[in-house]
Design a protein around this ligand. Structure first.
Ligand code: AQP
Length: 340
């Protein structure tokens, strides 16, 4: 552990690699909004566009649209640019600059053990980009270039957060400093892992080829209703206690989604809905999802029609961000021994 006291500061990001999903919303953005409003932390939230080009080629127009849509999703969900710094990663060059230093701190063996690398590179790792392999070192830089103390993420990012701590520890040790904090992951709530609507063993993901597997934050009420009605389930009624959801991943997923949207515990949802068949529970979930998500998708559509408003917010965010990141990068270069 480091002894230095760091300003309580939250950083987290989402890739503009496709449309925003309910998984991103419940697992990440909703937590971002809570942490912003708690008032305990300075909060910095980011569209990580440099990460979005690591996995597959995105044509430039798509990347631009995805980035603005994601920014619209953040704002429509309650991220307030007056309270949080909202940025696009490539507009704050210190992320990539510190990322290079961390490429030289992280070890090949560490990176090769990342399960997300193995999943995304698949069987043909030789054809994967170097950027995909180095992704967790850039992610560590995204976090540590703010000296962020806390990172709210979904369960799938836990290993990358451990690597961030390993990089900070090795840097501090190699250079004999107490400069980078050991950042804490914040993985909380019932929706840390929202699963695919078509397969309860796979996480809901924007890059899943099946659109029916996910709820997009831009889906209208009809699309939401159709996807939930068609969601894979089993023939049994809902149990009255959480133990009854074991070995029933699809049922558990729908109950978790309900609980997260309603801000209830799993137990309370089962107390209210236990004994119901899916024919009864799914319409209740549709009503709740439409009630909670429609205002967000409407506001996203309004913002998407005014892209210059989004661009202004991001330009201002980048200026605010650089007040934090420029001195941290300058100090890092000095520690490393780069002549300035
Ligand atoms: N299904 C999920 N349940 C809970 N949290 C989730 N997150 C993503 N999917 C779920 C959380 O969202 C944040 C941003 O993720 P990301 O866009 O950087 O990358 P990802 O985790 O790889 O998300 P996707 O949707 O699966 O993107 P693609 O398909 O491009 O890889 C993270 O905090 C993540 O935990």
């Amino acid at each position: 552990m480091t002894d230095t006291t760091f300003t309580p500061r939250v950083f987290s990001g989402i890739q503009p690699s496709g449309g925003l999903t309910l998984g991103n919303y419940l697992g990440a953005i909703k937590r971002f909004v809570d942490m912003q409003n708690e008032g305990t932390y300075e909060t910095v939230y980011c569209m990580v566009d440099l990460h979005a080009i690591t996995a597959k080629f995105l044509d430039p127009e798509t990347l631009r649209r995805n980035t603005r849509e994601l920014a619209a999703g953040f704002i429509a969900s309650g991220i307030n640019p007056e309270k949080s710094i909202l940025i696009n990663q490539s507009q704050v060059p210190e992320h990539a600059q510190l990322g290079w230093i961390f490429n030289c701190v992280a070890r090949m063996g560490w990176m090769g053990r990342m399960t997300q690398w193995k999943d995304k590179a698949g069987k043909n790792a030789e054809a994967a980009s170097l950027g995909l392999f180095a992704y967790p070192a850039l992610m560590a830089a995204d976090i540590l270039v703010y000296h962020a103390t806390h990172v709210p993420v979904g369960d799938d990012q836990k290993q990358h957060l451990e690597l961030t701590r390993d990089i900070a520890t090795k840097f501090n040790h190699d250079y004999g400093v107490d400069f980078f904090p050991l950042t804490e992951p914040v993985i909380e709530g019932v929706a840390t892992r929202v699963m695919s609507l078509r397969d309860g063993s796979k996480k809901m993901s924007k890059s899943d080829p099946s659109d029916a597997s996910r709820i997009n934050m831009t889906d209208d009420a009809d699309a939401i209703a159709k996807k939930i009605r068609k969601a894979k389930t089993d023939p049994d009624a809902l149990p009255s206690e959480a133990g009854g959801l074991e070995e029933r991943p699809e049922a558990r997923n729908l109950v978790n989604i309900y609980a997260a949207l309603a801000e209830m515990s799993l137990e309370d949802v089962l107390r209210d809905h236990g004994g119901q068949q899916f024919g009864q529970f799914k319409p209740a979930l549709v009503d709740l999802a439409v009630e909670k998500l429609s205002p967000i998708s409407k506001e996203m559509a309004r913002l998407m029609a005014a892209p210059s408003e989004i661009d202004r917010i991001l330009a201002r965010g980048a200026e605010q961000a650089r007040e934090i990141t420029a001195p941290i990068l300058a100090k890092t270069y000095e520690i490393v021994g780069m002549v300035r």
